[in-house]
Ligand binder design. Structure first.
Ligand code: KG4
Ligand code: ZN
Length: 349
């Protein structure tokens, strides 16, 4: 058996996990910073890195305690070292280096996007490859050809906002506390998804790229009314979206959800149809927790007999279990990093 400690600090969750043999999650501790960033309705990088610094060691200790493991039991330390906010990544990367050095264990840098695609393998036998991959999060909305766990080729990506970012912005417009994605998803179940006919962008060139900025603007105007011209005086919008009644907000949320999920699904269906030899579909990222997206992916998988890997809800959002899991695959291949491992803001996927 191999036992890895995983560390994840790419954005605003401080997480540590202990995973055996790449898929058996012994512990997965996640300290969220939502409360620290809420009043800014977005992640403030400097606040995030300071909070990681305060929390990283207690979170690692708790992950070890919950797993019933000691530092000496670990075979390697894996860390999400890219992509993300550089100040945040540096905290996790430095902590992982210090532990690897002090314990004389291998250090393994893991790309956070690759790890999201591994999350659906946790707790079960890994999916057969080659596969198709979909990462939907606050920072990414991309489709991949997954040849191997570390060999993902992008076949479609958003040309503007990520879908999670569009969810969070829409939620803010109607006064839901940040991060609003999960709240908008919940509110959508109470509304009429045909109340507004929001656009589903077609990106020119007809490829598998996504765009969510048109949907975001249409939602803004539906919630707040048409903006006045630049020279007009007084408030720019006729209404305050946060002051709408509950039914109006629920209808907006449901209609947004319908358009956003259709925009994602349309390209997933095209990719599946264009690559019939790929029988597995790996999905990950915060928005893979979305109930409508999950239902539509499950129904697609049934219709096309795909091996769909939707992560458990606790493994959709940023977490260290997916980092430790994928780290074990590299350890098994003897592919480890030196203490010169760098944090990087870009993904290799
Ligand atoms: O993967 P993640 O934790 O962080 C990034 O790597 O970005 O994803 C966070 C994103 C946020 O935008 C959050 O609002 C969104 O995932 N999200 C959701 C849901 N749960 C989380 N969006 C829509 N519906 C959900 N249920
Ligand atoms: Zn993520």
């Amino acid at each position: 058996m191999t036992l890895l400690l995983g560390i994840e600090t790419s954005c605003d969750e401080t997480s540590a996990a202990v995973v055996a043999d790449g898929t058996v999650v012994r512990s997965n501790v996640i300290a969220t910073q939502d409360d620290l960033h809420r009043r800014y309705a977005g992640v403030v990088p400097e606040i995030a890195s300071r909070a990681h610094l305060e929390r990283i060691l207690p979170v690692v200790e708790q992950a070890l305690a919950e797993a019933g493991a000691s530092l000496r039991d670990l075979d390697a330390i894996a860390v999400g070292h890219r992509p993300g906010l550089v100040g945040s990544l540096l905290v996790g990367t430095s902590a992982a280096k210090a532990l690897a050095w002090a314990l004389d264990r291998p250090l393994i840098g893991v790309d956070h996007v690759h790890a999201h695609l591994w999350a659906g393998n946790l707790g079960r036998e890994p999916a057969a490859l080659p596969a198709l991959g979909l990462v939907v999060s606050g920072g990414h909305t991309s489709l991949y050809r997954v040849e191997a766990p570390f060999d993902c080729r992008t076949i479609g990506r958003t040309i503007d906002d990520a879908v999670g970012e569009a969810y969070d912005k829409a939620a803010t417009i109607i006064g839901l506390p940040w991060p609003g994605g999960p709240r908008l998803d919940a509110l959508a179940t109470e509304g009429d998804d045909r109340a507004h006919d929001f656009p589903i962008a077609r990106v020119s060139g007809g490829g598998l790229d996504f765009s969510f900025s048109g949907l975001k603007t249409a939602f803004l105007y539906a919630a707040r009314g048409q903006p006045k011209g630049r020279d007009a005086t007084g408030p720019r919008f006729p209404r305050d979206g946060a002051a709408l009644d509950d039914d109006a907000k629920a209808d907006l949320a449901a209609s947004f959800q319908r358009a956003a999920v259709r925009a994602v699904m349309r390209n997933v269906i095209r990719a599946v149809d264009e690559e019939p030899e790929r029988r597995s579909l790996l999905v990950g990222g915060g928005v893979s927790a979305n109930r409508r997206l999950r239902a539509e992916l499950e129904s697609l998988a049934k219709r096309r007999s795909l091996d769909l890997r939707l992560p458990e809800l606790r493994h959709c959002l940023d977490n260290a279990a997916m980092i430790a899991g994928l780290g074990a695959v590299r350890l098994a291949a003897g592919d480890v990093d030196g203490l010169d491992l760098q944090a990087a803001t870009t993904t290799l996927a």
